[in-house]
Structure formats: structure tokens, C-alpha cells
Design a protein around this ligand. Structure first.
Ligand code: ADP
Ligand code: ADP
Length: 227
């Protein structure tokens, strides 16, 4: 079943057309990789699908509801309650410990501090991070920080995880470990994944690929173009 559908999205920044008629569907439970050259519109497309950016024209449907016309308060609520995010550089809050970082989406969702930390802690063993709970981001390697960012993206059991170059700052072995954990955990909890990457080895973890060129998207079964 279709969970997200983008129809004919166009979005121009000043004079720069980032999207020019991008259409895409995402099925519930699948892992979709968005690939394409730098500057082709991948991040912009991801941000439209996640309700972070509003397209100039076109429609974004999530679960049968149009989200591009929702007001900002409702979209922000949707992002908080239903979506999870992982970015290229982890973007942990440096003043907080690792476990407080993981707990953040639960705290934003109204869970008590004690309850949020109790839910955050099991993620450390699961992601091979036992003993790191009280560390701050400055004391973590890039791979550790990214696994913590991954735990933060998944801890609230989002329906969809949006990941923008989640391995872009990591060496290829560490990147593959992060991808295995990302895809393994998402499949376990039934989270749909939409990830932007320019690395074929990362896209190889996906069920399908969308290739964006000049602001337009085409989708393929992953096995058709995976190495
Ligand atoms: P990709 O993720 O494929 O590298 P982006 O979606 O980030 O591509 O960008 C597509 C085009 O839109 C690029 O030319 C980029 O410079 C431009 N762009 C993206 N975001 C902005 C912005 N906030 N302001 C101005 N131009 C932008
Ligand atoms: P990514 O590495 O995910 O493609 P970018 O480095 O293209 O992301 O963009 C990072 C942020 O900067 C995004 O929020 C994007 O919207 C914004 N951005 C990208 N290109 C431009 C630009 N030419 N002018 C202003 N903002 C931009």
C-alpha cells in the first residue's frame, strides 16, 4: 500500500529550480533510496516529502492526507509524532549526554524525563554502544555519534524515517555498519525508510531506488541497478 505520494512537485529557490515536476510513491514498510548527482534536488525532494519544505506546486499525500496544504502547526505535529530524522553529521546536541540525545524525541512527545531515558537506554546495547550512555558528542567517534543519531531517529517508533546522507561523513566500513543497523532496526519495527545517498553501496540496502535528475524523479526496483 502507498504511504507517501508526491505528484508533480516543483520548487524554485530564487532563480534556481530545485524540483521541476518530481513524482514518486513510497510503499508502507519499504526502504527507498533517493540517488542522483549533487544539486539534482534530492534533499529538496526529501524535505518536501517530510513536510519541512512546501513545494510551489504539486501535491504531497501521506496516509491519504494532503500535507503540503496543512498549516505549519499541524505539519510540525506530524513531524514530531510520526516521522523520525537522521542527518549526515549526526547533529547531536553537544551539551546533552548520548542518552539524553536519544531521549529527545520522546521528551518532545510529552514523555517524562525518567520514562524517556528508560526507553532510550536499551538502544545502547542494541547498537553496540554499551557504556556510552553518559558520553557527550565530543567524546564519541563519528560512527558512534551516527549510531546515536540513528537511535534518536528511531526511538519514538516513527512510521517513516527520513535519512539525508546518513553515512556521508563515515568511512565505508563504518557506513555499512550504520546502514545494517538502520535497515535492520527499521524493518524490525515496521518503519518505512526514505534515504538520500549518492553512494551505490548504501543504496544497495534499499528495496527500490528513485533517481533524481534535474529535479525529476524516476523509480526502479533496486536489483535493476544495484551492482
Ligand atoms: P541535492 O540534495 O541533490 O544535492 P538539493 O536539493 O540540495 O540537491 O539542491 C537542488 C538545487 O537547489 C541546487 O542547485 C541547490 O544549490 C539549490 N538549493 C537547495 N536548497 C536551497 C536553498 N535553501 N536556497 C537556495 N538554493 C537552494
Ligand atoms: P545535502 O548535503 O543534504 O544535499 P546541502 O549541503 O545541499 O544538503 O544543503 C544543506 C542545507 O543548505 C539545506 O537545508 C539546503 O536547503 C540548504 N542549501 C543548499 N543549497 C543552498 C544554496 N545554494 N543556498 C542556500 N541554501 C542552500
Amino acid at each position: 500500500t502507498v504511504l507517501i505520494e508526491a505528484r508533480d512537485l516543483a520548487l524554485t529557490f530564487g532563480e534556481t529550480p530545485a524540483l521541476r515536476g518530481a513524482s514518486l510513491t513510497v510503499d508502507a514498510g519499504e526502504v527507498l533510496a533517493i540517488m542522483g548527482p549533487s544539486g539534482s534536488g534530492k534533499s529538496t525532494l526529501l524535505h518536501c516529502l517530510a513536510g519541512i519544505l512546501t513545494p510551489d506546486s504539486g501535491e504531497v499525500h501521506f496516509n491519504g492526507r494532503r500535507i503540503d496544504t496543512m498549516n505549519e502547526a499541524r505539519r510540525s505535529e506530524l513531524r514530531r509524532r510520526t516521522f523520525g530524522f537522521v542527518f549526515q553529521f549526526g547533529q547531536l546536541v553537544p551539551e546533552l549526554t548520548a542518552e539524553e540525545n536519544v531521549a529527545l524525541p520522546l521528551l518532545f512527545g510529552g514523555t517524562s524525563r525518567a520514562g524517556a531515558l528508560a526507553q532510550a537506554r536499551p538502544w545502547f546495547a542494541r547498537l553496540g554502544l554499551d557504556g556510552m550512555q553518559r558520553r557527550r558528542s565530543g567524546e564519541l567517534s563519528g560512527g558512534q555519534a551516527q549510531r546515536i543519531a540513528l537511535a534518536r531517529g528511531l526511538v519514538a517508533r516513527p512510521q517513516v524515517l527520513f535519512a539525508d546522507e546518513p553515512t556521508g561523513a563515515l568511512d565505508s566500513l563504518t557506513g555499512e555498519q550504520v546502514m545494517e543497523l538502520l535497515v535492520g532496526t527499521a524493518r524490525e519495527q515496521g518503519t518505512t525508510v526514505i534515504l538520500v545517498t549518492h553512494e551505490p553501496r548504501v543504496a544497495a540496502y534499499a528495496d527500490r531506488e528513485a533517481v533524481v535528475r534535474d529535479g525529476r524523479a524516476s523509480t526502479f526496483a533496486a536489483e535493476r541497478i544495484a551492482p
